[in-house]
Design a protein around this ligand. Structure first.
Ligand code: AMP
Length: 415
């Protein structure tokens, strides 16, 4: 079943969204992207004449009630975004009466799902090494099913629109789907778009395909790098991981971020790229700084000849040209992770060069997907988010999907 095919008229829909929005110390929302992302799905349900039960997590309360992570703080913002009043259920596990009372067009927001440990399904207060852990885990999995069943009992139909948590097998993201038949569960519009974007990258590839992997460490990106090696024509590795490669190739990297225990891994990646005919693009020069700060003194040096007290914080001018050349002619582009410490205005040039080249390629017909944590903040900082084909809302979920893993949140609905 797809959301477009379904008529919600007279139905109660329980929708898992990702309203894990950042709040300031007064509980004000500092970025409402995630709320706006779910609106097409929520509005379609209301426009059809359905009623809405909205559920989400916020933060990591670890199974305990924590007022700082209460979704009551965002109730008014949700009401404003939907243009209608929103009722609030202070405990998501005992909201049956409020759900039953909903009339078409009415909205109920449930309190943070993660106030209940059953949502995540992990036993609390017991160490993994404890001999009783396995039994506790088994018991918690049973409780998770009960919790999911309770949530399911509120509604006629289940919609999952929370891509950000689709890589988790939680009560509200996956287990709940077992309590709805195939015609009464579906992905929301945001999830559909995310799944389609990943599909463009993994199966519907127009060549050349350039992937740009940046960020701080190679160790957190190795799964995805290995998966991409079989698919891409050009692989740009940038950001902090540059220096692990430079060191592995015999260079001096000064105080640059470097994973000493990943030098063999770096050499292995270089070897595999050669074997597979992938054009691996590594930085050759960098902007080095004498301090990890925006106001540090800087100089451009070879990435393999960084003086002892200096550290590479951005891609150098020659490297930027190499990156741009590998991006401009591409027809499929994936970008995850910045090319430097873009949070400091003086070290944005590498990421900026990538962003500009991605925008140019997109204007020339490429499909470009930007996603996974900091790369989104980076394109937002440059004001270029609407000039690429797709900006993913998922961090871990996007990376796992591109690694080729099946996302439990998607599998629970599509089988
Ligand atoms: P990740 O979460 O792994 O995608 O890493 C993103 C972070 O990597 C950002 O906060 C960047 O500031 C950081 N980063 C990028 N390049 C460097 C670098 N050369 N040295 C230290 N950190 C970096």
């Amino acid at each position: 079943m797809t959301i477009d095919q379904y008529n919600f008229n007279g139905k109660k829909a329980i929708v898992r969204v990702d309203f894990n929005v950042p709040l300031d110390e007064n509980g004000n929302i500092t970025d409402d992207t995630r709320i706006r992302g779910a609106l097409p799905t929520l509005k379609k349900i209301l426009a059809d004449g359905g009623s809405l039960i909205i559920m989400s997590h916020m933060g990591k309360p670890k199974g305990k009630v924590n007022p700082k992570m209460s979704l009551s703080q965002i109730k008014d913002a949700v009401a404003k975004a939907l243009g209608t009043e929103v009722e609030f259920a202070e405990d998501c596990a005992t909201a049956a009466d409020k759900a039953a009372a909903l009339k078409p067009g009415q909205v109920l927001l449930l309190e943070n799902l993660r106030f209940h440990p059953e949502e995540e399904g992990k036993p609390v207060g017991i160490d993994k090494a404890d001999p009783a852990y396995d039994a506790a885990k088994k018991e918690m999995k049973e409780k998770q099913k009960e919790f999911a069943k309770t949530l399911a009992s509120y509604a006629d139909v289940y919609v999952n629109d929370a891509f950000g948590t689709a890589h988790r097998r939680h009560a509200s993201t996956a287990v709940i789907a077992d309590y709805f038949d195939a015609d009464s569960k579906m992905l929301g519009y945001l999830m559909e778009k995310e799944v389609k974007a990943v599909d463009n990258i993994l199966s519907d590839i127009k060549r050349p395909f350039t992937a740009i992997m940046g960020g701080s460490k190679v160790s957190t990106k190795i799964g995805i790098i290995e998966n991409l090696m079989d698919k891409v024509d050009n692989l740009i590795l940038c950001g902090g991981m540059t220096y692990t490669f430079a060191k592995a190739l015999g260079g001096e990297v000064g105080k640059s971020i470097c994973e000493e225990d990943k030098l063999d891994l770096a050499l292995d990646i270089i070897k595999k790229a050669k074997e597979k005919g992938v054009n691996l693009v590594l930085g050759i020069d960098c902007v080095a700084a004498d301090d990890f700060s925006n106001d540090a003194n800087t100089m451009v040096v070879s990435s393999k000849e960084i003086p002892a007290e200096w550290e590479g914080l951005d891609a150098g001018p020659e490297t930027r040209k190499l990156f741009a050349n590998a991006i401009k002619g591409a027809k499929t582009i994936l970008w995850n992770g910045p090319a430097g410490v873009f949070e400091f205005d003086n070290f944005t040039a590498g990421s900026r060069a990538i962003a500009d080249a991605v925008v140019e390629a997109t204007e020339n017909g490429a499909f470009s997907l930007v996603g996974g944590g900091d790369s989104v903040a980076c394109v937002n900082k440059f004001g270029l988010a609407d000039k690429v084909s797709y900006v993913s809302t998922g961090g871990g979920a996007l990376l796992e999907a591109i690694e080729g893993k099946v996302l439990p949140g998607v599998a629970a609905i599509k089988g």
